[in-house]
Design a protein around this ligand. Structure first.
Ligand SMILES: [Zn+2]
Length: 326
């Protein structure tokens, strides 16, 4: 389980730039102070020469700590004088020491050999954007209301509400056991019953825990694979995304069945599902298609992979988008 490498690299680059910008700001301010405070240069030179003497002592065989301790008082006095020169000129004492965005790690992004929270926060933000979930990043299981689903059973089935209780608890269980489970989820049923919402809750929770998630509609996925395969209008990010379809910790394939279905797309779907199952990567599929439809459209072997490896969650009841509008 790890953050996506490209995303981590992008965030790391932003941190390096942030440090550079701070260094440049300090240098600019220093030059400004040297212009307006005539005595500052001499004082800076003195501080530098004291530090230089420490290096020499260490080179002569002195213990580094002892050498630093010996000149500590001298340095403190000198920097005190320097600070006073700066404040006397009307500047803030910390003018040459502007605040860090994160005082904890001094904008290094690392703390005790692991990511600092500030770095992790940026990773999560970017992961949401890259997984196409920026707008759904607030989705949370606690916002899911069962009261929209009827508690009256029809045709001998359990009531839509009771059914959704089970669906919701399966989705929560999948998320909580994500690292240990071998299950995948198939969310099947008509539109407007909460499939997309629940899958974005799963994604949102897992991304916040550092899971590498890719959320994509199947029409986008298969036209992308088509471009990669035939090299037409392929963008640089296409081949990268095509790889992520196979190796992301979680792939959420939205709206399966709405893509342009060809022999190629069917065999690609099999390749993706099969590779992911064999490598223990988990998949959530949303579809309006029923199991018999899936078999008819995609083949027996795809259906048998799904039946053998996915928890099937059927959605039924009245379109809650319609009910909410009333
Ligand atoms: Zn930090």
């Amino acid at each position: 389980m790890a953050y996506d490498k490209n995303i981590a690299a992008t965030v790391a680059e932003a941190f390096v730039k942030k440090k550079q910008a701070r260094d440049e700001l300090i240098e600019k301010r220093r030059l400004e102070l040297l212009r307006v405070i005539p005595d500052l240069k001499a004082l800076e030179d003195e501080i530098a020469s004291v530090s230089f003497r420490t290096f020499i002592k260490v080179a002569d065989g002195f213990d580094a700590e002892k050498a630093a301790a010996a000149i500590k008082e001298e340095v403190t006095a000198l920097t005190g004088r320097r600070d006073k020169l700066i404040t006397d000129a009307g500047y803030d004492k910390d003018y040459l020491n502007p605040p860090y965005d994160c005082p904890l790690c001094k904008d290094e992004g690392f703390l005790d050999n692991s990511y600092c929270n500030c770095f992790r926060k940026e990773l999560i933000k970017l992961t949401f954007a890259e997984s196409n979930l920026a707008s759904l990043s607030d989705s949370s299981f606690s916002d899911f209301s069962l009261s929209w689903y009827s508690d009256k059973s029809e045709n001998g089935e359990v009531s839509p509400r009771e059914n959704m209780e089970r669906v919701l608890s399966e989705c929560i269980k999948f998320t909580e056991n994500f690292k240990s489970t071998n299950d995948n989820l198939l969310l099947t049923g008509p539109s407007g019953l909460g499939k997309t919402f629940l899958s974005s809750c799963i994604a949102s929770k897992l991304i916040n825990e550092g899971v590498n998630v890719i959320y994509q509609s199947s029409s986008v996925v298969f036209s992308l694979l088509d471009r990669v395969k035939f090299g037409k209008n392929m963008t640089e990010s296409d081949s990268y995304t095509a790889e992520r379809l196979l190796d992301a910790d979680l792939l959420i394939l939205d709206d399966l069945g709405t893509e342009f279905i060809t022999e190629f797309s069917v065999s690609e779907l099999f390749r993706i599902l099969n590779t992911r199952i064999l490598t223990g990567k988990k998949t959530v599929i949303n579809t309006n298609l029923s199991l018999p439809d899936l078999k008819k459209i995609y083949s027996e072997r795809i259906l048998s992979r799904i039946i053998g490896n996915f928890v099937i969650l059927k959605f039924y009841g009245k379109d809650i988008r319609f009910l909410k509008r009333q």
